[in-house]
Design a protein around this ligand. Structure first.
Ligand SMILES: [Zn+2]
Ligand SMILES: [Zn+2]
Length: 241
């Protein structure tokens, strides 16, 4: 890499000049050692300022998970941003108007949830409650598979940290997942309930190896097994084994 070029753009990039940020991203992007993380960082800054080429490049990095965690939503989001500015290459990858609207919503949710998650991890109780509320709001609108696991984890965290309103939402998410699971086994769905016996049972899910405890997890009304957050219960056990 040409150190002089880096120096040349770095000063301006740090001052917030979008073109310099884009050029810097490009240098890192094309460097033989491929420092995608640095590339993504500078593309991101330029993209946020509306630099169409940077938006297009950033979309590529997101689409391929280079230097950033792979996110097809974010890739679609940035392709769309560049495409509406007339970027020819981005237009070919840009989602349709309807899909774009949805993508933007998803990305906004993702950004907001990640912000709250970040604060929650540092022990900010207000953020934990807000996070759970956001999850609830989102769960009411959507049953997006991509978000299921994440939401469940966030809700469980909030619940463990004392946000009791998270509990019924966790149950409704698991119930929905369980229902889909039963349907996939071809059996009749009878529903689920909280533990009925006095006997506490602790075990592991045969499907995903997740920890199960009928003190906190629901039980299947058909087979009586504890229902895992992956949706599995005994109803699918004989089918698979
Ligand atoms: Zn499981
Ligand atoms: Zn069952």
């Amino acid at each position: 890499m040409d150190e002089n070029s880096i120096e040349k753009f770095l000063a301006e990039a740090k001052q917030g000049k979008a073109e310099a940020q884009y050029r810097l991203g490009e240098l890192y992007d094309r460097h033989p050692n491929l420092n995608y993380k640095e590339a993504a960082k500078w593309y991101q800054r330029a993209a946020e300022q509306g630099h169409a080429d940077a938006q297009n490049e950033l979309a590529w990095l997101y689409g391929n998970g280079l230097g950033v965690p792979q996110s097809h939503n974010k890739a679609a989001f940035w392709f769309h941003k560049a495409a509406v500015q007339g970027h020819e290459e981005a237009k070919q990858h840009s989602p349709t108007a309807i899909e774009a609207k949805r993508t933007i919503e998803l990305v906004n949710i993702e950004v907001e949830l990640n912000r709250l998650l970040h604060l929650s991890r540092r022990g900010n109780v207000k953020a934990q409650c807000d996070l759970a509320k956001k999850c609830i709001e989102y769960c009411n609108n959507e049953k997006d598979a991509e978000y299921y696991e994440k939401m469940l984890r966030w809700l469980q965290k909030a619940f463990v940290q004392g946000y009791s309103e998270a509990r019924p939402i966790i149950f409704s998410l698991v119930q929905e997942k369980h229902k889909q699971y039963i349907i996939s086994t071809g059996k009749n769905y009878k529903g689920s309930s909280q533990r009925k016996t006095k006997l506490q049972r602790v075990t592991h899910c045969y499907n995903c190896k997740g920890h199960l405890d009928n003190n906190s997890d629901l039980e299947c009304l058909e087979c009586g097994w504890i229902i895992c957050t992956c949706g599995a219960c005994g109803c699918g056990y004989e089918e698979k084994n």
